[in-house]
Write a new protein. Structure first.
Length: 323
């Protein structure tokens, strides 16, 4: 075979390979969306709902890859180390920042390893107790907790998780010395509360709502300045005279740093279209969350940077020590 012909074949093959990796043709294959939390969590819910919309638009599969464990360390590390080609993304929340802050040498960099794609949702947190606990209202709970210091414990979804910090912030605002009991998954947390081994938890509304609706958990307060439209009868923490216990959450999508800007902007635009979809917004609201389509990639990155500083201050004040 003539050398010129061989060189032509090689050039053609390289041209095809280049075309297949061209960001302008994105996406050409399935996308993996990593969730650094357990199935049934708020981030898992958002990932699945947004993933459904992207699948319908792209005609490509969006695989939801839940990687719970170590307070989000496992999943968040995978996001940081993934190829920056737009085919691996992360659905992240406050845990990405908190987990990094609570470790002396975390295996990932909370902000430097990723670029913002879209702020997906703002989320209400809820103080919930097990039905057996003799506290029908938040006022009852506050009185009981203060009357028996050190007698109560609270559950979280792992050391360094958002629920860990939220529970600590609440306990300190209340002025009680409660014992922290971490669990690896939502289902374990609910089971242990039902068995009476833990007394309360501060978790996101999308996470606890199914259990609340089934009567397995009793909501006593939402940790936001105003009441939630999903649980209008439940008072806001400010109404109880505990403004320092406020703790809101958020979720968003990031890509590994270095992902082509063209891909980031396309993903952002398509996710924003999904977040403005009326049925999706309704599903979010029914779970106690609000979609945030007004974000931009750079705006979401700035939001995470501001939150990093906020949580850094919270951790210093809470007494939680890095591992």
């Amino acid at each position: 075979m003539p050398r010129l012909f061989c060189a032509g074949l090689l050039l053609a093959a390289c041209s095809v390979a280049f075309a297949q990796s061209d960001p302008a043709d994105y996406p050409q294959r399935s996308i993996r969306l990593i969730v650094a939390d357990s199935p049934g969590s708020a981030d898992d819910f958002f990932a699945r709902v947004v993933g459904e919309r992207l699948e319908a638009l792209y005609k490509q599969r969006v695989m939801i890859d839940t990687r719970p464990g170590a307070g989000g360390l496992i999943g968040n590390t995978r996001v940081s180390r993934a190829d920056a080609d737009g085919y691996t993304l992360g659905m992240v929340g406050v845990t990405r920042l908190i987990t990094a802050l609570l470790r002396e040498q975390p295996p990932y960099r909370a902000l430097a390893d990723v670029t913002g794609v879209a702020h997906v949702a703002s989320i209400t947190n809820v103080l919930v107790v097990a039905p057996y606990l003799q506290a029908r209202t938040a006022q009852d709970f506050v009185r009981r907790a203060r009357a028996s210091p050190g007698d109560l414990n609270y559950a979280s979804l792992g050391i360094g998780s958002a629920s860990h910090l939220a529970g600590e912030v609440f306990s300190r605002a209340l002025g009680i010395d409660a014992v922290h009991v971490p669990y690896r998954a939502v289902i374990n947390t609910f089971a242990e509360m039902g068995l009476g081994r833990v007394h309360y938890a501060v978790l996101t509304l999308p996470t606890v709502l199914p259990a609340v609706q089934k009567g397995r958990l009793r909501p006593l307060a939402v940790m936001t300045p105003q009441r939630s439209g999903v649980l209008p009868e439940v008072p806001a923490i400010r109404e109880l005279g505990l403004p320092d216990a406020q703790f809101d959450s958020w979720s968003g999508i990031v890509a590994p740093v270095g992902t082509p800007r063209r891909v980031v902007e396309q993903l952002h635009g398509d996710i924003v279209v999904a977040l403005r979809h009326a049925p999706l917004r309704k599903r979010f609201l029914q779970q106690g969350a609000e979609s945030t389509p007004e974000s931009t990639p750079d705006g979401f990155m700035r939001h995470m940077q501001e939150e990093y500083l906020r949580f850094e201050e919270m951790i210093r004040g809470s007494g939680i020590r890095p591992e």
